[in-house]
Design a protein around this ligand. Structure first.
Ligand code: ATP
Length: 369
């Protein structure tokens, strides 16, 4: 039972009708959202949608124009940043260049006047957790970017905050290191039981690490759900399009049995879809279908609810899979993905082949226009 599905669970963070204005510009608009203890919660959205502003308000670096932020049930309105059980790790890591890795991690604890033995034990624990024991004596310029990232993380976790805010924590790392570090982050988050709220504009990263993802646009949260729900059941075209690849077909819905027939082009057989959304007859809608859910075959399959003919106009070979760009009779483009389980020399389809695309009646999501 996930905490967000449990009516008894108490949220660690509550945004209640939070609005943030800079002059007459509204950066966050009437946003309400709960985040639970031990979550790995991602704020995902395009540049300028308000992710960093939301974090800065949570950390107390920015005040709230309207509404309330509560942490562990307490209103944060008059609580300064250093009195909140929150730590924020910045994009730049902001390590002290003249201090060693060990001293960087110890810095916050020393400033709090913790006893020497306690500081030593805690720093050693953080070094082990982030696999930095070997580098304790080095200065930031003597270690790699990935190691610097781990020092920043160790330093942020040293004071055992209830909540750690990470603003694009892996932004400076190259793709391979970034992927490895995502797993390290998840592991560390699990071991420490800290609640992580992370800002990212990398959808793959959000999908990999998160318990839940909040997809944002222009100061609002558009959808909050687990990565699988966001991917499989996006609530609008914006979310479907923002996460992964998707084909969008415009049409109009008419109820039939426990689903809909969707007329989409003159002279073409309508598509059929079962969908939780409800439409009135003739209502405009969008069919959203992921490329990997579209099967490609030489002949019309007789066991699929939807089948349509087209011509391959482009193929993108991606190693494990290929994406086929197929043009339908009315000019609509559809992408279909197929696994490259056979050797390339035996690949079954090539440019200009006429093929059938097909999918089941539950493969697509039908969204409001
Ligand atoms: P990015 O991914 O590029 O970091 P973001 O989603 O984190 O973007 P924010 O930094 O939260 O976006 O900014 C949200 C909006 O608020 C932007 O349009 C930005 O220009 C504006 N904004 C942020 N801080 C200020 C400020 N101090 N004064 C005026 N406008 C601001």
């Amino acid at each position: 039972f996930a905490p967000w599905d449990d009516p008894q669970a108490k949220p660690l963070i509550q945004f209640r009708n939070v609005t943030k204005r800079f002059g007459d510009f509204t950066a966050i608009e009437n946003l309400t959202q709960d985040i639970y203890e031990k979550e790995f919660f991602s704020l995902l959205g395009p540049s300028g949608c308000g992710k960093t502003t939301l974090m800065r308000m949570l950390a107390g670096f920015e005040n709230v124009t309207e509404g309330q932020i509560l942490i562990a049930g307490q209103d944060m309105a008059n609580v300064p940043p250093n009195k909140r059980a929150v730590n924020m790790m910045f994009q730049s890591y902001a390590l002290f260049p003249h201090l060693s890795v060990w001293e960087n991690i110890a810095f916050g604890l020393k400033r709090e006047g913790k006893p020497k033995a306690e500081i030593e034990a805690r720093v050693d624990e953080m070094l082990r957790l982030t696999r930095l024991v070997k580098f304790a004596k080095r200065k930031p310029h003597q270690i790699s970017g990935g190691q610097r990232q781990r020092v920043a993380l160790a330093r942020s976790l040293a004071k055992a905050p209830k909540l750690l805010l990470l603003d694009e924590p892996l932004g400076a790392l190259d793709k391979k290191l970034r992927q490895d570090t995502q797993f390290e982050l998840m592991d560390i988050q699990e071991k420490t039981g800290t609640t992580f709220v992370i800002v990212t504009h990398d959808q793959e990263e959000a999908m990999t690490v998160s318990s839940r993802v909040a997809v944002m646009d222009e100061g609002r949260i558009i959808q909050v759900a687990t990565p699988a729900q966001i991917y499989e059941a996006p609530n609008c075209v914006y979310v479907a399009d923002f996460i992964g690849e998707v084909n969008i077909i415009d049409g109009s819905a008419t109820r039939e049995g426990d689903g809909y027939r969707i007329a989409w082009a003159e002279g073409q057989e309508p598509f059929v879809a079962k969908t939780p959304s409800s439409f009135s007859d003739g209502q405009r809608c969008h069919i959203a279908i992921r490329p990997e859910k579209v099967a490609i075959s030489a002949d019309r399959p007789d066991d699929m609810a939807n089948a349509v003919e087209g011509q391959i106009i482009d193929i993108a070979y991606l190693g494990n899979i290929s994406t086929y760009h197929v043009k339908l009779g009315n000019g609509q483009m559809i992408k279909a993905q197929a696994a490259n389980t056979r050797r390339l020399s035996r690949r079954s389809f090539t440019w200009e082949d006429r093929v059938w695309l097909s999918w089941t009646d539950t493969a697509a999501v039908v969204l409001e226009s």
